[in-house]
Write a protein that binds this ligand. Structure first.
Ligand SMILES: Cc1cc2nc3c(=O)[nH]c(=O)nc-3n(C[C@H](O)[C@H](O)[C@H](O)COP(=O)(O)OP(=O)(O)OC[C@H]3O[C@@H](n4cnc5c(N)ncnc54)[C@H](O)[C@@H]3O)c2cc1C
Length: 442
């Protein structure tokens, strides 16, 4: 398949026969997002000899990961590479990493995603700096049923200041959630105050030991959030000189943030818990938990964080910088014209919610799942990867690789393979988030 042939398919909008005469099965499949899961989907489509196109809003593949490129992953290479992608790479002159090592985010992009994207079977079909702004069903609005399943999808893409439209037969949305951080406000609402203080609030995981060092060293820094991102940030801040660290969480007890520690089947993930536990015990971090932030205000040269603690209304003063690691949320804006089914609480694909909703499922381990669980009311449209988990933070790449393996099998008619489960996931070692002793789960 050449790029030109693909463009021919795309540019048939004006003068084509009426929809019922067209065989849409020959149209390409659109993959949105060239992170690890989008690129794995492409590898599986290559293996099945099915045409596809990838739209990536960043200037390179793995754009979201590069924003935390200085962070070491907790899963070793062996879990971070899709099996079919590995086969394709091994057929090229790719130099494989040591599979037991833990890569940094940057390594994942430079040593895996870029070589994968550069393969001759994938590279011609990737569009970079191409942001998908809308997806629709050809000639139909969301309310119309008429032959809906038979109509192709139309993907609208902003590129070079122009809006382009592409006709495809299926869509795999692998856009992740990294680009939409949650606010620090405990009600999870963006306020004008928080937006106006944005110069002092960093969202994500800044490179505090590298390029962002001067912003945080010799300062009093508040880290908000209780997940792995916050832990990574805290551990790095602890290595700076004369830097006072305040950790603000909503959890009832700080121990809930430590995870499975030595029980975790991924030692790298367990170690994060072990190390933060030691750091807190050492007294280098002042912990405020539970502390529910209402508002932040600027007072003179510093910030004051207002909120509610166990003992009533409270505030934390003299903060120079805030680092927000309060999770992220999926972007559904560009899916407005599609019929999608997401869970009301987690915003994950509905069928996944019982597996990942921390309110009802306290085990950190999610069983592998495939096309059947990910199926949407809009036929041949799928949310995959980090985005399929909605607001839940427990996603692993290995889970996403299994998702796209099963979806591609389904889209290419191999229903038996689509139903098969081909993945063993490492356990988190956390069987209850209820540290008080009531083991509500396994
Ligand atoms: C700090 C950190 C450490 C992690 N460590 C691990 C680990 O050790 N092991 C593990 O298995 N998982 C880990 N994860 C979780 C997860 O596997 C990663 O977040 C992974 O990058 C998710 O892959 P993805 O392909 O779903 O999404 P992403 O990697 O976020 O990729 C989405 C892509 O879509 C693009 N995009 C977004 N919107 C659009 C649009 N509208 N149009 C076109 N393109 C768009 C983005 O630019 C991006 O390139 C970690 C996550 C974080 C944040």
């Amino acid at each position: 398949m050449t790029k030109d042939k693909m463009s021919f398919n795309i540019l048939t909008n004006c003068c084509t026969p009426s929809p019922k005469e067209i065989d849409h099965s020959q149209l390409p499949i659109a993959i949105i997002g060239a992170g690890p899961i989008g690129l794995a989907a492409a590898a599986h489509l290559v293996a099945k000899n099915v045409s596809f196109m990838i739209f990536e809003s960043g200037h390179t593949v793995g754009s979201n990961i590069l924003q935390w490129g200085h962070v070491r992953l907790f899963s070793p290479w062996q879990y971070n590479i899709d099996k079919v992608a590995l086969t394709l790479l091994e057929e090229s002159d790719w130099k494989a990493p040591v599979m037991k090592r833990l890569p940094f985010g940057k390594d994942l992009v430079e040593d895996y995603l870029i070589p994968l994207a550069n393969l001759s079977q994938i590279q011609p079909f990737i569009q970079l700096n191409a942001k998908v702004t809308a997806i629709s069903k050809q000639g139909l609005d969301k309310m119309k049923n008429a032959k809906r399943h038979e109509q192709p999808f139309i993907v609208y893409v902003d590129k070079n200041g122009r809006s382009e439209r592409f006709e495809v037969r299926a869509v795999i949305d692998a856009t992740g959630t990294w680009g939409q951080p949650n606010p620090i406000n405990a009600d999870n609402v963006w306020t004008l105050e928080e937006e106006s203080l944005s110069p002092y609030i960093t969202y994500g995981i800044p490179d505090v030991k590298g390029k962002d060092r001067s912003k945080f060293e010799h300062k009093r820094v508040a880290v908000v959030g209780g997940g792995h991102s916050a832990i990574n940030t805290l551990l790095e801040l602890a290595e700076l000189e004369n830097t006072e660290i305040v950790w603000i969480l909503r959890k009832n007890r700080v121990e809930e943030a430590y995870g499975g520690e030595s029980l975790d089947a991924l030692p790298g993930r367990g170690q994060l818990g072990v190390r933060i536990h030691q750091l807190v015990d050492s007294g280098k971090v002042t912990v405020h938990t539970p502390f529910l932030i209402h508002q932040v205000s600027r007072e003179g040269d510093s910030l004051r964080i207002h909120g509610t603690a166990d003992n009533g209304v409270s505030s934390i003063e003299q903060i120079d910088e805030i680092i927000a690691n309060t999770g992220s949320r999926p972007d559904f804006n560009f899916l407005r014209e599609l019929r999608i089914d997401v869970d009301t609480a987690t915003e994950s694909v509905s069928a996944l919610a019982p597996l990942i909703d921390p309110n009802i499922h306290s085990c950190g381990t999610v069983r592998p799942h495939g096309e059947a669980e990910l199926r949407q009311p809009e036929k041949n449209f799928y949310l995959v990867g980090m985005k399929s988990y909605g607001r839940a933070p427990t996603f692993l790449m290995a889970t996403g690789y299994e998702q796209v393996r099963s979806i591609v099998a389904h889209l290419t008619g191999d229903q038996e393979a689509a139903k098969r489960v081909e993945l063993d996931l490492p356990e988190t070692g956390v069987c209850s988030t209820n540290i008080s002793g009531k083991n509500s789960c396994c």
